[in-house]
Design a protein around this ligand. Sequence first.
Ligand code: GLU
Length: 510
Amino acid sequence: MNDRKVRVRFAPSPTGPLHMGGVRTALFNYLFAKKHNGDFLLRIEDTDQTRYVPGAEDYIMESLAWCGLKVDEGIREGGPHGPYRQSERKEIYKEYAEALVKSGNAYYAFDSAEELDKLRHEYESKGENFIYNASTRSSLKNSFTLSDEEVQRLLNSEESFVVRFCMPDNEVVTENDIIRGEVSFNTGLLDDKVLYKSDGMPTYHLANVVDDHLMEITHVIRGEEWLSSMPLHVLLYRALGWSDTMPRFAHLPLILKPVGKGKLSKRDGDKLGFPVFPLLWNDPFSGEVSRGYREDGYFPEAFINMLAFLGWNPGTEQEFFSLEELVENFSLERVGKSGSKFDPEKTKWFNHQYLIRRSDEQIAEQFEAILKSKGIADYDNAKVIRICGLLKERANFVSEIWNQGYFFFQAPTEYDAQVVKKRWKAETPQMMKEIAEFLNSVDNWDTAPLKEAFSAFVTGKGWGFGAVMNAFRLCLVGAGIGPDLFDICNLIGKDETINRINRALNQIRL
Ligand code: GLU
């Protein structure tokens, strides 16, 4: 690396919600920038107006903010290299498109879409592939084949045109990708890509290279799907005279489906029941709602930790990394070439790990929102904290604490039929009646002494401990779940414990 300040960019197109693969690209860019005390830019690549989706820009920014990836320069933050939205930089690209034509590295082409389609079909019928490049351009309608006057006439007319890159014939372009090592391409197989259109809009390739140069980007870190664009980009840098400051490239491996082959898609998520987007997305056109990690109850720290491991590894046994620790440990040298399988179960496990590492107070704060949504307003704060502590081991998400512990807040109204069948025997009602009477006589309702007194009572009666506890749990919980029964008794209180036994005695019919 030379002594230029490290500057990287995340350059999404606002064509819909950001896929988690996109978030990973943003994350790796951010980590690399921060590791080298550099800048992390957000550039919106919206030159393809036909694919523009309202709301996508805000979604991208909210996703980065949720993940804690602070943008140094971008459409909201501003910065010395703005504007950061490509549709606002149209004039800039025009100048470079013209310069490329002037230097002979690009040319005007006037072939209509219909003419090109026809050619494609003709080639296909011969079993060949039509490529607009050195092998065909001399027989097509462009500034190489038309006279200067004709070219001028067409440019001044209403006819639409494009500027195409003049791909050299049969040259081997070799570039050293930080992740993939040396990658070579033969230009004979590449086409004369469109760089600019007469509607005044550049295509991705021109805008991307021009902006990376003007924004002084030092490293282009992006998904593997862009690897095939690298030779064109390298040649564009050369043609524009910018080879000396060309960024280094690093193409990240794919995120693969949990089962089977290929790239992880939204359909995999729908099929297997996990989100592929960071935040919930309401599609403005179809009205379709897609799940998001945030709304599904994931902690951003867990999501980021999981994402970091999709492609990168620290080379040690350490599994948990805060964002700061990731910055400290990250290097592109430790990003692998091969795709990494996404594992939805491991993702839940990460969330569980982050949940149990949270303080009971922190969890309770989030859990109180759930209680309110269930219509429970009257609760004791200290008890909620204790309940969260008792149940966090059993949950992957804060919301699951409700399923694991609803009975702390409301008496059961139903009794699990299967548990009743298994645990409520002919002798149970009499036993529970005696237990209720005994409990009424207990003075110290703290968990440990209560447990001790209860055990002595049951032993004295000669009852089987298991049978008693299962029936007792059924009375208090309505099912066979929950933490230690005496914690439950203690938390719901003596009166409520006895009430629940009486209610069960009235309601459970054999
Ligand atoms: N706009 C491209 C995208 O949507 C950016 C690719 C790149 O980083 O060069 O992914």
